[in-house]
Design a binder for this molecule. Structure first.
Ligand code: MN
Length: 501
């Protein structure tokens, strides 16, 4: 079941002016409608694209921007100046606008009609200078926005709009996210901590705590019939360890795990929460650390962070919102252990339990094993290898005077050998540009051990998201050099100091 809205909208707005007369404005409107309909019909743009009447004056522009701000469905504006739209008309509207803006610098006609072009045609199709006037005003206002250049039907144009739309979905999610923490951060841990008030000011998300006892009380209300039904669903969906099956000596543990999942789901639904954290240090009233429950809730789109890591719980939810509709796998993740030998330097990502089965290469195995910490009963979990493919890790850290998002692209590979004794889900990857540079850059940037990991979210989406949210982004990819990253970190400290962030 999806926990994401399916009625999100992008508003397609076109600027012009009265100077041209009604006939030209009718043509402008017809062209804009055609472009908006084309984008709306394109499955790569995962939001409804809504045509808005052509804007020719400052009152209408202001009204449109105020409507966009207050619309719960509108996640952003795509703006295009078919003709020339004197940009002082845009000041009042743009200064109030609180939704992301993508400046589509396109032209209705793809080619110059060499043999037939006259002055009328050129006056109608003048975005080459109309968009520069509009662009100047946004630069003058120091507005963050994306500029996409190209014909509106060109695959590269669609791809850029698609990435920006995904970013807008993620930003919309973060603006509206309610996150619940069961218990605090793991004692003494630094990187999972942070300023929750500042996070709400910057990102909109609400991060609040409930005692684990509140959850335990909901779990205690779960009935036998629904528990048994969920156990049957587990047995249909996964390869079961025989002792967990009905009649097996661990079946009661499976039923306990199922009750935890049903209770968690009910608690999150009731509170309107789409992300949560827990911690093995605070499980009063729970028999097991939630394992399969957190894995399956993530598969349904919920954000999760272990050991109280609310920032990565939010990031997991946000990345899932970006990928929704075409998600090849997105999970909470932790850098766990390395292979540093001559057969290749790799990072093995895993967690004690909580990796999302959306990244599984095959059918997960449902197993029960002891957990060395926490002092509770053995938890049930799904065990699998992650898929091969290009992916990335993204982490949000609190640098004291600002948040920073650290991103590293990786190449996930098949485990070099079987892991018959490892009782948790895992994925092996090579960080870009290589483990030595990638890990050094990550550590210098202050990136923590917890991340959100995704095969579908791209660096372009995260760059667009950084623009929308105003968060600093440090990208470590195939082109990164350590000296450049060090300089970027040094210079950003100055730049963000100057911005007063
Ligand atoms: Mn952890």
């Amino acid at each position: 079941m999806s926990t994401f809205a399916n009625d999100l909208e992008l508003w397609f707005i076109t600027g012009s002016q009265h100077l041209y007369g009604d006939e030209t404005l009718r043509q402008v409107a017809a062209h804009s409608q055609e472009i908006a309909a084309y984008l709306d019909a394109n499955p790569a743009i995962r939001a409804k694209v809504v045509f808005k009447p052509v804007l020719t004056g400052s009152d209408a522009i202001l009204k449109l921007c105020l409507e966009a701000n207050s619309s719960p469905k509108c996640i952003g504006l795509i703006a295009w100046m078919h003709t020339f739209s004197p940009a002082k008309m845009w000041i009042a509207g743009l200064r109030t606008l609180s939704k992301p803006l993508c400046h589509l610098h396109t032209q209705y006609n793809r080619d110059i009609p060499w043999a037939t072009m006259d002055m009328d045609f050129m006056n109608l199709n003048q975005s080459a200078h109309g968009d520069r006037e509009f662009g100047f005003m946004m630069s003058r206002l120091r507005m963050e926005r994306k500029v996409v250049v190209g014909h509106w039907q060109a695959p590269q144009t669609i791809a850029s709009l698609s990435a920006w739309t995904s970013a807008a979905r993620g930003w919309h999610e973060m603006r509206n996210l309610k996150l619940v923490r069961f218990g605090d951060n793991m004692r003494q841990v630094s990187v999972t901590c942070g300023d929750k008030v500042e996070a709400q000011i910057r990102f909109g998300m609400e991060v609040n705590t409930h005692g684990i006892g509140d959850l335990a009380a909901v779990i205690a209300q779960i009935g036998d019939a629904e528990t048994d039904a969920l156990c049957a669903e587990y047995a249909e969906s996964y390869t079961m360890m025989p002792s967990l099956l009905k009649g097996g000596d661990k079946h009661e543990s499976l039923r306990t795990a199922a009750r935890i999942e049903l209770g968690l789901r009910a608690f999150l639904t009731e509170g309107g929460f789409h992300a949560y954290t827990d911690t093995f240090q605070d499980l009063h009233g729970l028999d097991q650390l939630p394992g399969i429950a957190s894995q399956r809730l993530m598969a349904d789109g919920y954000g999760f962070g272990a050991e109280g890591d609310w920032k990565q719980a939010a990031m997991t939810r946000v990345l899932k919102a970006m990928a929704h509709g075409d998600d090849k796998g997105t999970s909470f993740m932790e850098d766990y252990t390395y292979n540093l030998g001559p057969d290749g330097m790799y990072d093995l990502g895993a967690h004690m339990l909580e990796i999302c089965p959306s990244i599984a290469a095959g059918r997960p195995s449902c197993e029960i094993h002891p957990l060395g910490i926490g002092g509770k009963a053995d938890p049930v979990r799904l065990v699998f290898d992650g898929k091969e493919g290009d992916a990335l890790n993204a982490a949000l850290v609190d640098m004291g005077n600002r948040f920073r998002m650290v991103v590293n692209t990786v190449k996930a590979v098949k485990p070099l050998k079987d892991l018959p004794k490892l009782p948790v889900a895992r994925v092996l990857w090579e960080p870009m540009p290589n483990l030595a540079t990638g890990a050094a850059a990550w550590i210098l940037a202050g990136g923590g051990h917890h991340t959100a990991f995704s095969y579908s979210v791209t660096t372009e989406m995260l760059e667009d998201f950084a623009g929308m949210s105003g968060v600093e982004m440090i990208l470590i990819d195939a082109d990164s050099k350590l000296r450049d990253v060090k300089n970027e970190l040094r210079w950003n400290d100055a730049a963000y100091g100057l911005k007063g962030l």
